[in-house]
Design a protein around this ligand. Structure first.
Ligand SMILES: NC(=O)c1ccc[n+]([C@@H]2O[C@H](COP(=O)([O-])OP(=O)(O)OC[C@H]3O[C@@H](n4cnc5c(N)ncnc54)[C@H](OP(=O)(O)O)[C@@H]3O)[C@@H](O)[C@H]2O)c1
Length: 329
C-alpha cells in the first residue's frame, strides 16, 4: 500500500458553495521528480487564492482534486529549515512573468498537507529569528505586498500610501511593511474593529471604506477590486499609482478612463514576487523587527473554520495551519 498523509484538498469547484468542495482527507505522499525536494510542512498559511480555487477561478478543472495551499515553512529530509517560494516556473530572472508561471496548488499539489514537493531552487533558508508560523505567512501575502509597495508603486519614503480592505492578509502585510518602509500609511476598512486594529498594527490613520480623505495619496494598494476601485482612483494625486493586486469583491467595475488619462494615473498590476524579492523581504523583517500579523493558528484538521472566516471576511491578518495539530491565536 502507498504511504499517505493528511491533506486539505479541493475535490470539485463551486462558485456558489465553495466550501462544499473542501475535503480533509488522506492523499498519497508526494514523489519528488528529479531536481525537486520533499519538505515536511511545519506551518502553512491560508490565502484567498485557496477560496478562488474552490470557486473554480484560476484552476483548470482537469487538475482537480488537488491539495490546496500556496505557502509553507518546513524542514527538508536533510533537516534544513526552509521557506517555500510558491511560484513554480522554468525562469530564474523574473519568475512572475514566465509563460509557464503557476503557483503551488494550481498545477502541482499545494502545502496543506504533511509534505509538499517543490523544485529545490524554491527553497530559502528560514532564519531562526522567524518562527515557522511567521515564515509561512511570507510567500504569498507578504511577498505580494512587498513587490507592490517597493517595486510597482514607485513611491519614496515619506510618500502617502492608501491600503484598501485593511483586514485582509495582503492588506495587513502592506500596512506593516509600508510603515516599516517609511511611508505615511492610510487604510480603509468596512469594520470599525479592523480599523482600530490596523492603527495598532502601524497605520497612521484608518478611514471607513469609500470615505473622503483629508488629502490625496501618492499610491494605493488595492486588493478589494470592484468595491474600492472608484475610490482608489479618486484618492490619487495627479500622476499617482494604483497597484491592483486582487479583486475579492469583483473584477469588472466601470474603468473611469477619463480620470485615468486626465490625471495621468498609473494603473499597475502586480502578482506575487521573485525568489530574490522573497529573500529581500526576509532580510527586511530581520532588519526592522517587523513580523507578520497572524489572526489565528489552527490544526490542519480545523482548516474549514479558517476557510469559513475568510469567506465571511471575518479575519484580521493571516490564518496559519499546522499539520502537527498545534493551535493558538
Ligand atoms: N496578485 C497577487 O499575486 C495576489 C496575491 C495574494 C492575494 N491576491 C488577491 O488579493 C485579494 C486579497 O487576498 P487575501 O489573501 O489578502 O484575502 P483576505 O485575507 O480574505 O482579505 C480580504 C479583505 O478584502 C476586503 N473585502 C472583501 N470583500 C470586500 C467587499 N465586498 N468590500 C470591501 N472590502 C472587501 C476585506 O477588508 P475589510 O473587511 O477590512 O474591509 C477583507 O479583509 C484576493 O482577491 C486575492 O486573490 C493577489
Amino acid at each position: 500500500m502507498k504511504p499517505t498523509m493528511p491533506a486539505v484538498m479541493a475535490v470539485c469547484a463551486s462558485e456558489e458553495h465553495p466550501l462544499d468542495c473542501l475535503s480533509l482527507t488522506e492523499a498519497p505522499l508526494p514523489v519528488p521528480p528529479e531536481g525537486w525536494e520533499l519538505v515536511s510542512v511545519v506551518a502553512a498559511s491560508l490565502n484567498h487564492h485557496d477560496v478562488w480555487t474552490l470557486r473554480g477561478v484560476g484552476i483548470d478543472p482537469d487538475r482537480l482534486p488537488i491539495v490546496l495551499g500556496c505557502d509553507a515553512a518546513g524542514v527538508t529530509a536533510e533537516g534544513r529549515e526552509v521557506i517555500v517560494h510558491a511560484v513554480i516556473s522554468s525562469w530564474s530572472a523574473d519568475e512572475t512573468l514566465a509563460p509557464d508561471f503557476s503557483m503551488l496548488s494550481e498545477r502541482y499539489d499545494g502545502t496543506f498537507a504533511g509534505w509538499v514537493a517543490v523544485p529545490a531552487r524554491n527553497l530559502l533558508d528560514k532564519p531562526p529569528e522567524l518562527s515557522f508560523e511567521e515564515a509561512a505567512c511570507l510567500p504569498t501575502a507578504y511577498l505580494t505586498a512587498y513587490r507592490a509597495l517597493f517595486r510597482q508603486a514607485r513611491i519614496r519614503p515619506g510618500d502617502r500610501v492608501l491600503i484598501q480592505g485593511a483586514g485582509g492578509g495582503v492588506a495587513t502585510a502592506a500596512t506593516v511593511l509600508a510603515r516599516a518602509g517609511g511611508f505615511q500609511v492610510w487604510v480603509t476598512s468596512r469594520s470599525e474593529e479592523k480599523r482600530r486594529r490596523a492603527v495598532e498594527a502601524g497605520a497612521h490613520a484608518a478611514f471607513e471604506a469609500g470615505a473622503r480623505l483629508p488629502e490625496r495619496v501618492h499610491a494605493v494598494v488595492d486588493t478589494v477590486g470592484a468595491a474600492t476601485w472608484g475610490h482608489s482612483l479618486r484618492a490619487l494625486v495627479p500622476g499617482g499609482t494604483v497597484v491592483m493586486v486582487g479583486a475579492t469583491s469583483g473584477a469588472g467595475p466601470p474603468a473611469d478612463l477619463r480620470r485615468i488619462y486626465y490625471r495621468q494615473l498609473r494603473v499597475v498590476g502586480s502578482t506575487m514576487g521573485t525568489r530574490e524579492e522573497l529573500a529581500s523581504l526576509v532580510r527586511m523583517l530581520l532588519a526592522t523587527g517587523v513580523r507578520p500579523v497572524i489572526d489565528s493558528v489552527l490544526p490542519l484538521a480545523g482548516a474549514r473554520r479558517g476557510f469559513e472566516r475568510m469567506v465571511a471576511g471575518d479575519l484580521f491578518g493571516k490564518v496559519v495551519l499546522r499539520p502537527d495539530g498545534a493551535q493558538g491565536s
